[in-house]
Design a protein. Structure first.
Length: 448
C-alpha cells in the first residue's frame, strides 16, 4: 500500500544501508579515475587543478556543521536526499563549464557546490544506520557492519572507476553525464526505502531555527571536540586528510607519467585496483578482530603502514612498484576507516550523532584543503613524487596521536563481539580476549 513503511528489522536496515552506500559510491566513483585528467583537459594546470579540488574540500569544511545540523533536526533522510540532488546539479554544471570554456573560477564555484552536496551525505547515513540498528535490537559488531558497507562501496568503486575509465576513452565528459543519471536513480531509491528509524526528526519554525542550530552545535562541540578521545580521532583525521585527499587525485597524472602513456583506461584500471585494495582492507577488519580486542591496535598499525607506503610511492620511481605501494596504503586505510567509525559512534549520543560525525569530517576536510594546496604547489614547484614523500612523512604524526588514544583505555576501545580477540594472544599482551562492554549503557561521561 502506498505510504506504508515496511516493518524495521536489523537485517532490513543493514540491507538498505548496503544498497544506498553501494549505489551512492557507484555514482560518485565514475569520475574518480578521470577527474584530474578532465580538469587538465579543460585547460587547468596541475596547481589550478588542486585549487579546484581544494575548493571542493573547502565547501565541505564550511558546510559540514550546518548540514550536520540539518540531519540532526530535519532528519537523516532529508539530508541524504539533498545530497543526491545537489551533486546531480553540480556534476552537470561541471560538464557545462568545460564545454563552454569556463576558467578556474567557474570550476572553483562549482566545486564548492559539490562540496556542499557531499557534506549533506557525510554523517547522515552513518547516523541513520546506528540509530536504526539500536532501535531494532542489533547485537552484532558495528565494526563489521561498517566494514561490510565499505566492502560493498569498494566493489561499487571498482565497477565505477573501470566504467568511468572506459567512458573517458570516448570522451572525458561522459563519466560525468553517467554519474548524473545514477544520482537521479539514487535519489529515487532513497526516497522509497530510507526512513528515519530510532530518531524523531524535529522541524522547528524559521524563527526557532537559529536557537535550535545553536543548541545542537554547542552539544556537538561538547561531545565532539570537547571529548578527549573524539578530539584525538579528529586530530588524526586532520593529519591524514592533509595527505589522502591530495594523494587520491595526484596519482592519475603521476602514474601515467611513470608509465609513459596518456590513456584514460589505464587511470580507470588503477582506480579499480585501488578499490580492490580497499575491499581487501575492509575484509581484514573482521579477520584482525579475531586476534585482537582493541581498536587502537588496528588503528596504530594501519597508521604506520599508510605512512611507510606513501613515502614509498614517491621514492620507487617505477609504475608497477608505485601502484603496488599505493594499493598497500589504501588497504591500510580500508582497515583504519571502519574501526575508527565504530569507535566514534560508541562515544557520541544519538541526538548529536550526525553533527559530530560531520564535525569530524570537517576537521579531516580542513586538513585536506591545506594538503591539496600545499602539496599541489610542491608538485608544480618540484614534482608529484616529492609530494608523496612529504605527505607520507606528515602521516607519521598520526602515530603518537593514536598512542595517546590507546593510553586512555576507554570502553569504546574494546571490540564487542563473541569472536573478538578469541584466537590471538591478546590477553597475554594486556588486551581483552573478548570485550564484554555493554554498549547500550555507555554514556559519553568524560568531557575534557
Amino acid at each position: 500500500m502506498k505510504g506504508v513503511i515496511p516493518v524495521a528489522t536489523a537485517p532490513r536496515v543493514v540491507r538498505t544501508y548496503l544498497v544506498i552506500s553501494g549505489l551512492y559510491t557507484l555514482s560518485a566513483s565514475l569520475i574518480w579515475g578521470v577527474n584530474t585528467l578532465f580538469l587538465l583537459d579543460a585547460g587547468l594546470d596541475i596547481f589550478q587543478t588542486f585549487v579546484a579540488n581544494a575548493a571542493f574540500t573547502g565547501g565541505m569544511v564550511v558546510f559540514e556543521i550546518p548540514t550536520g545540523i540539518v540531519a540532526d533536526t530535519r532528519g537523516r533522510r532529508v539530508s541524504f536526499l539533498l545530497s543526491a540532488i545537489t551533486l546531480l546539479a553540480g556534476t552537470l554544471a561541471y560538464v557545462a563549464i568545460a564545454a563552454y570554456g569556463g576558467g578556474l573560477m567557474w570550476f572553483v564555484a562549482c566545486s564548492i557546490a559539490l562540496g556542499v552536496g557531499f557534506s549533506f551525505y557525510s554523517g547522515a547515513v552513518e547516523a541513520w544506520l546506528v540509530d536504526a540498528l539500536q532501535a531494532t535490537g542489533f547485537e552484532g559488531q558495528l565494526d563489521q557492519v561498517f566494514a561490510r558497507g565499505s566492502i560493498v562501496s569498494g566493489f561499487a568503486m571498482l565497477i565505477g572507476t573501470v566504467g568511468g575509465g572506459l567512458l573517458g576513452e570516448i570522451d572525458l565528459a561522459w563519466p560525468f553525464v553517467a554519474r548524473s543519471a545514477l544520482l537521479a536513480a539514487v535519489f529515487v531509491v532513497a526516497l522509497m526505502s530510507m526512513h528515519d528509524i530510532g530518531f524523531v526528526p524535529r522541524a522547528p519554525g524559521l524563527s526557532a531555527m537559529p536557537a535550535e542550530m545553536s543548541r545542537v552545535l554547542r552539544a556537538s562541540l561538547r561531545y565532539g571536540w570537547g571529548r578527549r578521545s573524539v578530539r584525538l580521532l579528529m586530530i588524526a583525521s586532520f593529519i591524514q586528510g592533509g595527505f589522502l585527499m591530495w594523494g587520491f587525485y595526484a596519482w592519475q597524472p603521476y602514474f601515467l607519467e611513470l608509465l609513459g602513456r596518456d590513456a584514460a583506461w589505464v587511470a580507470g584500471a588503477v582506480a579499480a585496483l585501488i578499490a580492490g585494495a580497499t575491499i581487501l582492507g575492509n575484509y581484514l577488519v573482521e579477520y584482525f578482530t579475531r586476534f585482537c580486542g582493541k581498536r587502537t591496535t588496528l588503528l596504530l598499525w594501519a597508521s604506520v603502514v599508510m605512512a611507510v607506503a606513501a613515502v614509498g610511492v614517491g621514492v620507487v620511481g617505477t609504475f608497477w612498484a608505485a601502484v603496488g605501494l599505493l594499493a598497500v596504503a589504501v588497504g591500510a586505510l580500508g582497515v583504519w576507516m571502519p574501526v575508527k567509525q565504530a569507535y566514534l559512534h560508541e562515544v557520541i549520543p544519538s541526538e548529536e550523532r550526525a553533527t559530530v560525525v560531520s564535525f569530524d569530517s570537517l576537521v579531516g576536510s580542513a586538513g585536506g584543503m591545506g594538503g591539496q594546496l600545499g602539496l599541489g604547489y610542491l608538485s608544480r614547484l618540484q614534482s608529484v613524487a616529492a609530494g608523496y614523500v612529504v605527505g607520507g612523512v606528515v602521516l607519521v604524526a598520526a602515530v603518537p596521536v593514536m598512542l595517546l588514544l590507546r593510553r586512555m583505555r576507554e570502553p569504546a576501545d574494546g571490540i564487542v563481539g563473541r569472536d573478538a580477540g578469541r584466537k590471538g594472544p591478546c590477553a597475554a599482551q594486556g588486551l581483552p580476549p573478548v570485550s564484554t562492554v555493554d554498549t547500550t549503557a555507555r554514556q559519553p561521561a568524560e568531557v575534557a
